[in-house]
Design a binder for this molecule. Structure first.
Ligand SMILES: NC(=O)c1ccc[n+]([C@@H]2O[C@H](COP(=O)([O-])OP(=O)(O)OC[C@H]3O[C@@H](n4cnc5c(N)ncnc54)[C@H](OP(=O)(O)O)[C@@H]3O)[C@@H](O)[C@H]2O)c1
Length: 335
């Protein structure tokens, strides 16, 4: 008989939490007892396997009833509970950014580095939703041809900033059509987002890079286990509800042709590559509760050397968060 896991979801009432519950059901993850948690600031009920559950405020004692805990809430909540819970023997899969760069904590995308999962490492981090597309799509090319430099511009959906951010776009769009002028902040975004975009995801550091841009660089280096690769990124928030897109430029160490790269992309795990010229993915058509990463528009860049361009789209709430976490749980169940 398959081992069942008593499962806690901290942040069950949130954007990623909702998707996670759906995926645990549809992928038939062997859940025994189910314990949902939220902030406790307001009452919330979630549905799971046909039953309604009231979310509770988390405590270490309550979380210890679980064999596996998903943290889809905040950095602070993960920090408060995950290390102690993991030390007590509960598998903890954290989608916040708190432990992603902590030495000894595996940062895992199963298609790319499932080998990092070990029974002795009970606290596991899932990566930032923006770099997931690039990490999956370019993994085989990096293995075979060695990517030395990666540059990208991101086009990030509002759902990447949570439920309240998604509501904000909808409210601003309605206000715009009523003729109400849109103003910056307060709240999720520094500028109006409806019918607009802005090159700021997170705060800026002294060098002028945003938090998101720094995460992309540091986390990708960790996932690919390659500290030498040069990565630069401009992260842009766009008025898309769901699905992050990336325009990437990558340089390979080994000489290669477009045909060789195309072959590699066609057999990259977790990727659907649109090989036909003129065919490409979009967030609305290809990133709505979809499991895989999509890519298209491969071409040689108009620069010297082995530089190529690619367009990548993925579902930030699925492969960028909830699905990746469930895939980690499935891999754990098989250890
Ligand atoms: N959205 C994405 O695309 C994405 C992708 C990758 C990773 N992530 C990460 O996933 C996490 C969740 O993101 P989200 O987009 O789902 O955010 P969200 O929609 O704002 O949901 C946040 C959840 O955390 C709960 N929460 C807040 N404070 C809490 C506390 N003190 N104790 C317990 N629960 C608390 C909230 O409960 P209430 O309903 O009571 O407020 C809610 O259930 C974040 O760490 C985020 O960085 C998100």
């Amino acid at each position: 008989m398959t081992k069942k896991f008593n499962v806690a979801v901290v942040g069950a009432s949130g954007m990623v939490g909702g998707e996670l519950l759906g995926l645990l059901e549809t992928r038939r993850f062997p859940v025994g007892e189910f314990y949902p948690f939220n902030s406790g600031r307001r009452p919330a009920k979630v549905s799971f396997r046909g039953k309604k559950y009231a979310c509770a405020k988390p405590s270490l004692a309550a979380l210890k009833k679980s064999d596996l805990a998903f943290f889809v809430s905040t950095d602070e909540v993960a920090e408060k509970f995950a290390p102690r819970l993991a030390a007590a023997g509960t598998w903890c899969i954290d989608d916040s950014s708190r432990f992603r760069l902590t030495p000894g904590v595996p940062l895992v995308i199963p298609e790319v580095n499932a080998g990092e999962l070990k029974v002795s490492k009970k606290l596991i981090a899932g990566p930032n939703c923006t770099l997931t597309g690039a990490a999956v799509a370019l993994a085989e090319i990096h293995r075979r041809f060695g990517i030395t430099e990666l540059r990208m511009a991101t086009y990030q959906a509002v759902s990447g900033a949570g439920k309240a951010a998604m509501c904000r776009l909808e409210e601003e769009a309605k206000a715009h059509f009523k003729g109400v002028p849109l103003k910056p902040g307060p709240g999720q975004f520094p500028r109006p987002i409806a019918f607009n975009l802005f090159p700021q995801v997170g705060g800026f550091d002294e060098a002028g890079n945003s938090g998101e841009e720094n995460k992309v660089e540091a986390e990708l280096k960790k996932i690919w286990n390659d500290g030498k690769i040069r990565i630069s990124c401009t992260a842009v928030r766009v008025p898309v509800l769901r699905g992050h897109s990336l325009a990437v430029w990558f340089t390979t160490k080994k000489n290669c042709t477009e045909a060789a790269l195309r072959k590699e992309l066609l057999c990259t795990p977790g990727l659907k590559f649109f090989a036909k010229p003129g065919n490409y993915p979009t967030p609305l058509e290809h990133a709505q509760r979809t499991d895989i990463v999509y890519a298209g528009r491969l071409r040689r860049a108009h620069t010297a050397g082995n530089e190529f361009q690619l367009w990548i789209v993925s579902d930030n709430l699925y492969k960028g968060a909830a699905l990746n976490s469930v895939q980690i749980a499935e891999a754990i169940a098989g250890l």
